[in-house]
Ligand binder design. Structure first.
Ligand code: DGL
Length: 274
């Protein structure tokens, strides 16, 4: 049986929050998820490292037969996607496609805000890259974007410390900072695929009337739309509802965390990248 799954990649667990939503709209497709947990976090790594690790991962997905790979990681989308699409893909295989999460989110985020003032919360890498400022400007030039790097949040989530006093401290600190920097913000974008796991705490520290938007649903809808518009790619993606999971880290640890991110039991296989 031919198996050409859609690849979904993240530095670790965060991309599972995206895959969970994708499966709501494309349950019949085959998927292969890979988290590069052994080398996570990516959020504090420079462009070269994030590109090197992401490219290695993308090549692995291609070896598994994936016609299409989604970088379900904002940091990889911000720091590696453009180089992979423009410089690497033409040499590797110009029939393959690699998509990210920043563009589909930037396309629609403007429509969530009444005040036209949006706050973007992300890793240091995503925020420093300015990708959201650049992309949102293309689709909604009337939107004022403020940004805040939240460097402690991924590690709180990965250590399962979302309900600790530390979580309260770091979540409140960054929410207060971004909302003080622009008092007209009415929409906060969680521009890191890990952050939905902190949603409860983020809501607790956000005043009423401010919407908190995570990306899963947005990316899922955009993928559905992409496959409709690109039948040449869609027809290469097989549909046996077969989902596989790989991690470069410890599979037991991955399985324990994954059920939290994915809200289903997962059995991941160990992957060793070169
Ligand atoms: N999930 C990644 C993102 O969306 C962040 C995790 C990391 O720093 O590796 O940016």
């Amino acid at each position: 049986m031919k198996n050409s799954p859609i690849g979904v990649f993240d530095s670790g667990f965060g991309g599972l929050t995206i895959l969970k939503e994708i499966l709501q709209v494309l349950p019949e497709h085959d998927f292969i998820y890979m988290g590069d947990n052994a080398r996570a976090p990516y959020g504090d790594k420079d462009f070269e490292k994030v590109h090197e690790y992401t490219l290695q991962s993308v090549q692995w997905f291609f070896q598994q037969g994936c016609p299409l790979v989604i970088l379900a990681c904002n940091t990889a989308s911000a720091k590696a996607l453009r180089t992979i699409q423009q410089k690497d893909l033409p040499f590797i295989d110009s029939n393959k496609r690699v998509l990210g999460v920043i563009r589909p989110t930037s396309e629609v985020i403007g429509s969530f805000s009444q005040s036209k003032h949006i706050g973007v919360l992300g890793t240091t890498g995503t925020i420093q890259s300015q990708s959201y400022i650049i992309e949102i400007e293309k689709f909604s030039p009337d939107i004022i974007v403020s940004q805040e790097a939240c460097p402690e949040w991924v590690s709180l989530i990965e250590k399962n410390e979302m309900e600790t006093p530390d979580a309260d401290y770091h979540v409140k600190k960054h929410i207060d900072q971004i909302l003080t920097s622009d008092k007209q913000i009415d929409t906060l974008l969680l521009a890191c695929t890990h952050y939905p796991l902190l949603m409860k705490k983020i809501k607790e520290h956000t005043p009423p009337g401010i919407s908190i938007i995570s990306q899963g649903g947005i990316v899922a809808k955009s993928l559905l739309n992409y496959l409709d518009r690109h039948p040449d790619i869609a027809e290469n993606c097989t549909k046996n509802a077969n989902y596989q999971f790989f991690t470069t880290g410890d599979p037991d640890d991955f399985n324990n965390h994954a059920s939290m991110f994915f809200e289903k039991q997962i059995v991941a296989k160990k992957l060793i990248l070169p």
